[in-house]
Design a protein around this ligand. Structure first.
Ligand SMILES: NC(=O)c1ccc[n+]([C@@H]2O[C@H](COP(=O)([O-])OP(=O)(O)OC[C@H]3O[C@@H](n4cnc5c(N)ncnc54)[C@H](OP(=O)(O)O)[C@@H]3O)[C@@H](O)[C@H]2O)c1
Length: 328
């Protein structure tokens, strides 16, 4: 039996994309076979599809760092045929064929049982991007962030991680400020809970100053570079920023002054290699006390739409969450 997959092939001048029929025998060893119904589009999927060597080295390749669907067959007693599950991170979609194929085969230690409040489709409204936003918020709360501590700023707010962070923080009672380059998305971001807007240009101001005015009781950063440095310089005393991404830069141009004068914290966030027990526990929280409706953030994509979506997300032009329906 075959299945459909979005395949990336290396050509003399770059990469070519097509939806192809694949054989089950092409999948690697693993205890759990999954019938993938939904996946999602993350920045990292676009890096994989364009040959970023830190993400994918082997081509032809099927990307997709997220997958949700139903167990077809399991050699592990933990999972039963017919059970709804999701897989995110580890090597899925990097050098292991990923969620842009209708079948995956993975180790049981990568698999998360679908939380009670979610379905394969709604879990992919979150996907890796949304999970990362939740992980960032969880870490900030653990460090003592509270609504009374002042507004929380989110950079790259219209992107996948950013928009879920805005919605989740607002639902938890925080006042949210959004840094975005897309003025036309202010109304949508306001509908998710953002109260204040900062343009990308404003986020770059003051790069030469060692400290800024104390403004933020917390922050979720998805872009790195000067905007991240400026956020840290404007954290209030003892506040924290959760660092998720590098959409602008992997650099962090800052002095030690905010740390030694304001006691602020930079918190790392990695959703990929997070231990599976932590992933399962946080997914359960997302399906229960943190469940929020992300429908208005979602654009549905088919496997055929991915070829055009990959360059769009790399240019920072994606709005919200791209959810891939593998039946389309
Ligand atoms: N640590 C982890 O586990 C983890 C997990 C998931 C993602 N990530 C990382 O987090 C970042 C965001 O991922 P994502 O899936 O949310 O990507 P995304 O949907 O493309 O969102 C990134 C957003 O950053 C902003 N942006 C892009 N280019 C910019 C530029 N040149 N200057 C200023 N802002 C720019 C844009 O928002 P505006 O237009 O609103 O400004 C864009 O929508 C990526 O670097 C990704 O690799 C890390």
């Amino acid at each position: 039996m075959g299945f459909k997959a979005f395949r990336v092939e290396k050509t003399g001048s770059g990469f070519s994309y097509s939806v192809q029929e694949q054989e089950l025998g092409s999948l690697p060893d693993g205890e759990v076979w999954i019938d993938v119904r939904y996946s999602s589009l993350n920045y990292k999927d676009a890096l994989s599809a364009t040959g970023n060597p830190g993400v994918t080295r082997k081509f032809p390749h099927t990307p997709g760092i997220d997958a949700a669907g139903f167990v077809v067959e399991s050699a592990s007693p933990e999972f039963k045929a017919g059970e709804a599950v999701l897989v995110m991170g580890y090597d899925l979609g990097m050098n292991t064929p990923g969620g842009y194929g209708q079948r995956i085969r993975v180790p049981a230690r990568w698999v998360v049982s679908m939380p009670a409040g979610l379905t394969p489709e709604t879990s992919m409204h979150w996907g890796t991007a949304g999970f990362t936003a939740a992980l960032a918020v969880e870490k900030l709360l653990h460090e003592g962030m509270k609504p009374a501590g002042g507004p929380v700023v989110v950079t790259g707010a219209s992107g996948g991680v950013g928009c879920v962070a805005v919605k989740l923080l607002a639902s938890l009672g925080f006042e949210v400020a959004a840094v975005t380059g897309k003025a036309e998305q202010h109304d949508w971001l306001r509908s998710l809970g953002a109260k204040e807007f900062i343009s990308r240009e404003q986020a770059l101001e003051g790069a030469d100053r060692p400290l800024g005015k104390e403004r933020w009781g917390g922050a979720v950063d998805t872009v790195g570079g000067v905007p991240l440095a400026n956020v840290v310089k404007s954290l209030t005393h003892s506040a924290s920023v959760a660092v998720c991404g590098l959409a602008v830069s992997a650099e962090f141009p800052i002095s030690v002054l905010p740390f030694i004068l304001r006691h602020v914290n930079v918190l790392g966030v990695d959703s990929v290699e997070l231990p599976i027990a932590h992933k399962r526990q946080l997914w359960n929280r997302i399906g229960s006390e943190w469940r929020v409706d992300l429908t208005t953030t979602v654009q549905k994509l088919s496997l055929h739409d991915l070829a055009a979506a990959v360059p769009r997300i790399l240019k920072g032009g994606m709005v919200g969450r791209g959810v891939v329906d593998l039946s389309l």
